[in-house]
Ligand binder design. Sequence first.
Ligand SMILES: *Cc1c(COP(=O)(O)O)cnc(C)c1O
Length: 421
Amino acid sequence: MNLETTREYAEHLDRSDLLSGFRDQFSPGEPGLIYLDGNSLGRPSLATLDRIETLVRKEWAEGLIRSWNAGWYEASCRIGARIAGLIGAGEDEVIVADSTSINLFKLAASVLEARPDCDNIITDDLNFPTDLYVFEAALNLSRRAPLKIVSSRDGISGPVEELMQAIDSSTALLSLSHVSFKSSFMYDMESITRFAHKQGAWVLWDLSHSVGAVPINLGDCGVEMAVGCTYKYLNGGPGAPAFLYVRRDLQDDLHNPIPGWFGHNDPFAFDLTCLETKGIRRFLTGTPPIISLSAIESAVEVIEAAGIEEIRRKSIAQTNYLIDLCRKKLFPLGFTLKSPESGARRGSHISLGHPEAFRICRSLIEEKKVLPDFRQPDNIRLGISPLYTSFAELYDAVEHMRAIVADEAYQKYSMERTGVT
Ligand SMILES: *Cc1c(COP(=O)(O)O)cnc(C)c1O
């Protein structure tokens, strides 16, 4: 690909962008800030800010406890059903509850209980660390074999062949991140799931870095389970509860390992023994965080209005454009691409490698009003959220990185890491 490298060309791409109008539906935030972290914490839409205001001032302050019967009690399932539309699931196959980490535990522990003859869980080393910690703990508690972690050869692409070789009849579960948080590599969900099924393994996909950015069809692929964050491309807000999917035919045979009253057949009977309800609701545990749960609904509406296919189309155009600019302007300065070359195998962020990645990030944040993020040991992640990221912002971010390295402006920063990166 050979795209032009002028700012005028970036502006031209913005003018011909069918989704450009959606940017105005988001809170503008600080003027001039280039936000490239939508894959970590999405921006709030204006509708979401209104929703939170109404929720707090009207539903909570005025409605008080009555609001539980005016939409709060059903919110976990109602909003789960909305998310189901983005991931190719049935409306009765998804709930919103707890964090992604906790949902991973619930699902992994329920599989290990349901499949006593299978000894292990397989994953890869591109997965998000919390997933690995949770699986190790679930295996440990049920006194099973240690987690099998298959390594990527280059730290960029998923070890597809090695995973295939590792799966056998003792595998209870294969669990992978659909899109890797570091390199942005995206697995072919359909072929991996089918292969695992042939070996008798169940599959749990972590959709945290793909939902809202990539079309997903769990139903067509026959996937057993999935989880995902709502505060990344779904723009649900910091710590918004996660979603959890279980294929309909499995729901009544699996048990929630943390069976609280919200998963009871009749919570308000205050029965002293736990009678699990049927269906996906049994994976609920306790009272949901209603304020952040409600914010997800209006956030998903914006994505529905834009259309996930259109979002994906723009995301590929933007990652291609960004990589092309980097190749021309940054690679000669020691940057490398740490994401897949092929748009089809990539999510919506790009990772660049540079020996001074950490200090370049500091300089971008402190001096250039560009917010990327840094991932160990030498990755700069540039997240593209097509609903509000413009081509001109990508152009400007690359120009700032070029200038920082060409002028060695990063030299004045210390190498010491503090707080959230
Ligand atoms: C962001 C992310 C998480 C985070 O989990 P929390 O429980 O919300 O902190 C987990 N898994 C993946 C793949 C992620 O990208």
